[in-house]
Design a protein. Structure first.
Length: 89
Protein backbone atom coordinates (compact mmCIF):
# COMPACT_ATOMS: atom_id res chain seq x y z
CA UNK A 1 0.00 0.00 0.00
CA UNK A 2 2.16 2.80 -1.30
CA UNK A 3 0.98 6.37 -1.20
CA UNK A 4 0.83 8.47 -4.32
CA UNK A 5 4.39 9.80 -4.79
CA UNK A 6 2.99 13.08 -6.14
CA UNK A 7 0.94 13.62 -3.00
CA UNK A 8 2.52 16.19 -0.66
CA UNK A 9 3.73 15.07 2.75
CA UNK A 10 1.40 17.48 4.57
CA UNK A 11 -1.62 15.93 2.84
CA UNK A 12 -0.62 12.42 3.89
CA UNK A 13 -0.30 13.57 7.51
CA UNK A 14 -3.60 15.43 7.32
CA UNK A 15 -5.29 12.30 5.97
CA UNK A 16 -3.84 10.26 8.84
CA UNK A 17 -5.05 12.83 11.37
CA UNK A 18 -8.55 12.76 9.91
CA UNK A 19 -8.64 8.95 9.96
CA UNK A 20 -7.61 8.98 13.63
CA UNK A 21 -10.31 11.59 14.24
CA UNK A 22 -12.96 9.31 12.71
CA UNK A 23 -11.88 6.49 15.01
CA UNK A 24 -11.98 8.86 18.01
CA UNK A 25 -15.55 9.89 17.16
CA UNK A 26 -16.61 6.25 16.68
CA UNK A 27 -14.98 5.25 19.97
CA UNK A 28 -16.80 8.11 21.67
CA UNK A 29 -20.11 6.95 20.25
CA UNK A 30 -19.56 3.40 21.48
CA UNK A 31 -18.40 4.71 24.86
CA UNK A 32 -21.53 6.85 25.13
CA UNK A 33 -23.78 3.89 24.32
CA UNK A 34 -22.00 1.71 26.87
CA UNK A 35 -22.13 4.50 29.46
CA UNK A 36 -25.88 4.93 28.97
CA UNK A 37 -26.39 1.18 29.40
CA UNK A 38 -24.21 1.19 32.50
CA UNK A 39 -26.11 4.19 33.85
CA UNK A 40 -29.38 2.31 33.44
CA UNK A 41 -27.89 -0.40 35.64
CA UNK A 42 -26.86 2.10 38.32
CA UNK A 43 -23.18 2.58 37.35
CA UNK A 44 -22.82 6.32 36.83
CA UNK A 45 -19.03 6.83 36.56
CA UNK A 46 -18.60 6.09 32.81
CA UNK A 47 -21.33 8.59 31.91
CA UNK A 48 -19.87 11.24 34.25
CA UNK A 49 -16.44 10.80 32.66
CA UNK A 50 -17.96 11.04 29.19
CA UNK A 51 -19.72 14.27 30.18
CA UNK A 52 -16.45 15.72 31.50
CA UNK A 53 -14.69 14.91 28.21
CA UNK A 54 -17.53 16.08 25.97
CA UNK A 55 -16.50 19.75 25.63
CA UNK A 56 -12.71 19.45 25.52
CA UNK A 57 -12.45 16.27 23.40
CA UNK A 58 -15.56 15.08 21.60
CA UNK A 59 -17.10 18.41 20.53
CA UNK A 60 -13.98 19.54 18.61
CA UNK A 61 -13.51 16.04 17.15
CA UNK A 62 -17.07 16.00 15.81
CA UNK A 63 -16.69 19.56 14.50
CA UNK A 64 -13.47 18.61 12.71
CA UNK A 65 -15.13 15.54 11.20
CA UNK A 66 -18.09 17.54 9.89
CA UNK A 67 -15.86 20.36 8.60
CA UNK A 68 -13.56 17.93 6.80
CA UNK A 69 -16.53 16.19 5.18
CA UNK A 70 -18.03 19.48 3.99
CA UNK A 71 -14.71 20.78 2.66
CA UNK A 72 -13.98 17.49 0.92
CA UNK A 73 -17.43 17.41 -0.65
CA UNK A 74 -17.16 21.03 -1.78
CA UNK A 75 -13.70 20.45 -3.19
CA UNK A 76 -14.87 17.37 -5.12
CA UNK A 77 -17.85 19.27 -6.47
CA UNK A 78 -15.62 22.16 -7.53
CA UNK A 79 -13.19 19.82 -9.31
CA UNK A 80 -15.99 17.98 -11.16
CA UNK A 81 -17.51 21.31 -12.14
CA UNK A 82 -14.21 22.50 -13.68
CA UNK A 83 -13.78 24.08 -17.11
CA UNK A 84 -16.07 22.53 -19.69
CA UNK A 85 -15.09 22.61 -23.32
CA UNK A 86 -18.41 21.23 -24.55
CA UNK A 87 -20.34 24.44 -23.82
CA UNK A 88 -20.88 26.66 -26.83
CA UNK A 89 -20.72 30.39 -26.47
Amino acid sequence: MNANPQEPLWKRWLDRLLVLNVFLVLAGAFWFAAAVLASSQGVEQPLRLFQELWEPLFTPAIGLLISAALISGGWSWWQRRGPRSDQGG
